[in-house]
Write a protein that binds this ligand. Structure first.
Ligand SMILES: [Zn+2]
Length: 288
């Protein structure tokens, strides 16, 4: 039976060293393997226009998130981030109806204290994240959240300023943290880090998340599943994450595909149907 996926976090605009050289074929390969929707989050300001202009092949829905990744925040000064955050607000509030239909989240945003090591750089990340939390609260858009080595401060911000149900992407925390986020209304998204042997903590989290809060993603071009290395990751590899989650949760992979697709539609407020049985198999449009 064919499987149909929603990759809820894939940086299709990027390669591991810069811009993705061939997004069109990357998306056709995704469609061939059953991916029917992708949400592509921005990393920096330049990504906003790149993502807004992208058009997917027929049969594949493309949604985008606009925001400022904590890595990018580490590369700019507090003065620069103030200007860019103002621009983000202005552009989200003045978005055309076409763009609004595509723009389904604020992100990628969050905290990464492995990258920001000094009190000043951490405070800068927290300030820019809080600004994006306020954008989520005023627009009603969910956030696509990155959190590494900052679970405590992250939970504190989310407790203090509750947002619409949002997505903790490429979750790498404990089952206990996952449950606290679920209790606060959020969704937990897993990438290929669950496929890594001996990843005990994240495996426990992948078993603990309730069915109605589970999401699937590739986080491409990063986090290539172990069996596909050294290739760059891409949405077509989402099947590896789905199979592993099915194995860990003791269910059929078709069930994981269906429930993560439905959960993705719910959290990102998507009413339009996905094309399912069309476009199965080899794709004649794909160039070699
Ligand atoms: Zn990401």
């Amino acid at each position: 039976m064919p499987l149909y996926f929603f990759d809820t976090h894939a940086h299709i605009q990027r390669s591991r060293s810069g811009r993705c050289p061939d997004v069109a074929n990357l998306l056709l390969r995704a469609r061939e393997t059953g991916v029917r929707a992708v949400l592509a989050p921005a990393v920096d300001r330049a990504d906003w226009d790149t993502l807004a202009k992208m058009t997917p092949p027929r049969g594949l829905r493309l949604y985008v998130a606009w925001g400022l990744h904590p890595y990018f925040v580490c590369e700019i000064t507090p003065r620069e981030s103030t200007t860019i955050v103002e621009e983000l607000y202005e552009r989200v509030f003045s978005a055309s109806s076409d763009l609004r239909a595509k723009l389904r989240a604020v992100g990628e945003c969050g905290l990464d204290f492995a990258r920001a090591r000094t009190p000043d750089t951490r405070a800068h990340q927290v300030r820019v994240f809080r600004a994006q939390v306020e954008l989520s609260r005023t627009t009603g858009l969910p956030m696509s959240i990155h959190c590494v080595k900052a679970q405590g401060p992250m939970l504190e911000v989310l407790r203090e300023r509750p947002t619409p149900p949002s997505v903790m992407h490429a979750f790498s925390g404990s089952a206990q943290t996952a449950c606290r986020l679920v209790e606060a209304g959020h969704y937990i998204s897993f990438a290929a880090n669950v496929c890594v042997e001996n990843a005990r903590k994240v495996v426990e989290a992948a078993r603990a998340v309730p069915d109605d809060r589970l999401l699937l993603e590739t986080d491409s071009p990063d986090q290539t599943p172990p069996g596909r290395r050294p290739a760059a990751n891409e949405p077509a590899f989402i099947i590896d994450v789905a199979r592993r989650l099915a194995e860990l949760r003791g269910v059929d992979v078709a069930e994981i595909a269906t429930l993560t697709r439905d959960n993705g539609r719910r959290v990102f407020g998507i009413d339009e149907p996905f094309a399912l049985h069309e476009f199965d198999g080899e794709d004649p449009e794909r160039s070699p």
